[in-house]
Unconditional design. Structure first.
Lengths: 280, 238
C-alpha cells in the first residue's frame, strides 16, 4: 500500500505520541466528478481512522473570506456521508459565536480551503489559530487542505494573493516549500523554480488532483486521483534545480451516491433510445 | 449603507466636495462578502459617484496598484465585520500605511462598525464573544466604541476598560456618526432622530460620559453645505 495510515490507527499503539498527519493537495473541488469523489473518499478515510464510524470533519474556509460557495460545496460533499461536518468561519463569528479552541480540537480532520495564502495567514495570526492547529497536529488530528490550504503547512509557498505569482511564508510545520496547481498554472511553476534557484527552500510541486500524505516522520506518500496528475520533488544540487516526479498511488473513485430517481429514470430512457437507434 | 436610509451616505459624499466623487469600498472586514459589495454599489450608485471596490481576497480582479488606486479616491468607505481580521488582512497587504497616506493627502475616510473602530488608537470590539480591547491604526488618538446602546455589553465593557487605563475617546449609537477634521471632532450627525454620540473620559476614578449635541440629518432645514473647519483631512466614523 505504501500508505501506513490507510491501514493503521491514527494514534500509535501502546499510548505513544499520536502520529502527526498532514495531507497536502495540489488542487481539487467538491463536485461529484470521479476525481473529486476520490479525494473526498481519502479525506473521509483518514478522518475515520482517527474518529471511527462518524468522524468529525471541519472546514476552515478562511482563505476564501469564508465564502458561502466554498462552505456550501464542502457540505454538499460531506453532508450525506458518514461523518459530522462543520465549518469555522472566522468572518461570521459575530452571527455564530463558537469556542474556536474547543471546537477545532474536538475534530478528527481539519480541512483548509483554497484562496489567498497571504490573507489566510494574516487572519489566522489575528485570531491565534496557528497555535491551535499546531496542537491539533500533535494530538493526531489530521490536517488537510488544497491550494492555499495545502501550502500553509510548509515554510513557504507560491501564491497569487497579490495577483502575480510570488513567494509567501507558511506556518512551517512541514519543512521546505510547496507549489500547487503545478502544471495547471505554468506561470506558478516557473515562479517556483525561479524562487528555488534564488534560495527559497526547495520542496514539492503538486498538480491538481495529486497529493502528498505525511504520516509521522520521514518522506510523504504521493497519491493521485486523476491519471497524469503528479507530485514532484523539487531539489537543488550544485546550483541546479531538479524536478523529479514521485511514484504515486492511484485513488480510485468510489461509486457515485445513489442518483436521484428522476435523473436515473431520464438516463434509463436515454440508454433505451440509444439502443433502439433513436439517437445518433 | 443603512438600508432605506441614505442620510449618512449623502453626508459623506457631500464632504468630498467633488461633483462626481470617486468612492472606493473596502469590504475586508466581511471577508469581501459578495452580498455586501452588491449593497455598496446599490447605495453608491453610478448616477452620483464613481464607485469601485478592492477585494483583498481576489486580488487577481480589480486594481493592480492598490496604493495608486486608493490615493486617487475622494472617499474610502470601510465596511463592517471583524475588526481583528480587517487589521490582519490590511497589514498583510500594506493597506494600513496606504490609508494613512490617503488621510494625510486629504482623502475622506469613513466606515461603520469595524470600519469606524479601525481609525482609532484603541477600540472596543464585541464582534465575537465578550467585548475586548484592541489597537487600531491610530490615525485618531482616542478610543472608540460603536453600537453604544443603553444597557449593552459594549457600553459596560468600554467603561470598565476606561477605568483600567484605556485612553478617553468617543462612542456612537447606531445611526450616529462622529465627524473628525484632522484629529478634532467637528460634529456629530445622525441618520436617526434619537441616535447620539458621546465623549468619554476618566475623572478621578469615575467614567465621565458626555452626550454630544447631535444633528439629525433628516430634519428639514439642516444646512449640509455649512463649511466644516478647513480640512487637512476628514474622517467620519459611524
Amino acid at each position: 500500500m505504501g500508505l501506513a495510515g490507510l491501514n493503521g490507527d491514527g494514534a500509535a499503539a501502546g499510548g505513544g505520541a499520536p502520529v502527526r498527519r498532514i495531507l497536502a493537495l495540489g488542487g481539487h473541488d467538491f463536485t461529484s466528478r470521479p476525481p473529486d469523489r476520490a479525494v473526498c473518499e481519502l479525506l473521509l478515510r483518514l478522518a475515520s481512522e482517527r474518529g471511527g464510524e462518524r468522524p468529525r470533519i471541519c472546514i476552515l474556509p478562511t482563505a476564501s473570506g469564508d465564502t458561502s460557495d466554498q462552505i456550501g460545496r464542502f457540505y454538499g460533499a460531506f453532508g450525506e456521508r458518514p461523518c459530522e461536518p462543520s465549518d469555522v468561519s472566522l468572518f461570521r463569528l459575530g452571527r455564530r459565536p463558537m469556542a474556536l479552541h474547543d471546537h477545532l480540537l474536538a475534530q478528527d480532520l481539519i480541512y483548509v480551503g483554497g484562496g489567498s495564502l497571504v490573507n489566510l495567514l494574516a487572519v489566522w495570526d489575528a485570531h491565534d489559530i496557528a497555535s491551535i492547529l499546531s496542537l491539533a497536529w500533535r494530538r493526531g488530528i489530521v490536517l488537510a487542505g488544497q491550494s492555499a490550504g495545502a501550502m500553509c503547512w510548509f515554510e513557504a509557498g507560491i501564491t497569487k494573493s497579490s495577483g502575480k505569482a510570488r513567494e509567501a511564508a507558511g506556518l512551517g510545520m512541514l519543512a521546505g516549500s510547496l507549489c500547487v496547481h503545478y502544471n495547471n498554472e505554468p506561470d506558478r511553476r516557473a515562479a517556483y523554480l525561479e524562487a528555488v534557484a534564488d534560495g527559497m527552500p526547495p520542496g514539492y510541486g503538486l498538480d491538481d488532483y495529486a497529493g502528498l500524505l505525511w504520516e509521522g516522520e520521514g518522506s510523504p506518500a504521493a497519491v493521485t486521483a486523476r491519471r497524469g496528475a503528479r507530485a514532484y520533488r523539487v531539489s537543488t544540487r550544485d546550483d541546479e534545480v531538479n524536478e523529479s516526479p514521485l511514484p504515486a498511488r492511484f485513488l480510485p473513485a468510489p461509486a457515485p451516491a445513489a442518483l436521484r430517481e428522476d435523473i436515473a429514470e431520464f438516463r434509463r430512457i436515454k440508454t433505451m433510445r440509444k439502443r433502439a437507434g433513436w439517437l445518433g | 449603507m443603512e438600508s432605506g436610509n441614505p442620510l449618512l451616505d449623502d453626508y459623506v459624499l457631500g464632504l468630498t466636495r467633488a461633483e462626481r466623487p470617486r468612492v472606493c469600498f473596502l469590504p475586508s472586514a466581511s471577508g469581501d462578502a459578495d452580498h455586501y459589495i452588491v449593497r455598496f454599489y446599490r447605495a453608491f450608485s453610478a448616477h452620483r459617484c464613481e464607485a469601485t471596490h478592492i477585494s483583498l481576497f481576489r486580488r487577481e480582479q480589480g486594481p493592480e496598484d492598490l496604493r495608486r488606486h486608493l490615493l486617487s479616491q475622494d472617499l474610502i468607505y470601510v465596511g463592517g465585520g471583524s475588526v481583528v481580521s480587517l487589521l490582519g488582512v490590511w497589514r498583510a497587504h500594506g493597506i494600513d500605511a496606504i490609508l494613512r497616506e490617503a488621510w494625510e493627502a486629504g482623502v475622506v475616510l469613513c466606515g461603520l462598525s469595524a470600519g469606524s473602530l479601525c481609525w482609532f488608537a484603541e477600540a472596543v470590539t464585541g464582534f465575537h464573544g465578550a467585548p475586548k480591547r484592541l489597537d487600531g491604526l491610530g490615525l485618531l488618538p482616542f478610543s472608540n466604541c460603536v453600537h453604544y446602546e443603553r444597557g449593552g455589553s459594549r457600553r459596560e465593557a468600554y467603561h470598565r476598560f476606561l477605568l483600567e487605563g484605556m485612553r478617553g475617546g468617543y462612542a456612537a449609537e447606531d445611526g450616529a456618526a462622529l465627524h473628525f477634521t484632522g484629529t478634532e471632532l467637528s460634529r456629530v450627525v445622525a441618520s436617526r432622530p434619537q441616535a447620539r454620540g458621546y465623549r468619554l473620559d476618566v475623572a478621578g476614578r469615575r467614567v465621565v460620559e458626555m452626550r454630544i449635541a447631535t444633528t439629525f440629518l433628516g430634519d428639514r432645514g439642516v444646512e449640509l453645505a455649512r463649511p466644516v473647519p478647513e480640512a487637512l483631512s476628514t474622517a467620519v466614523a459611524a
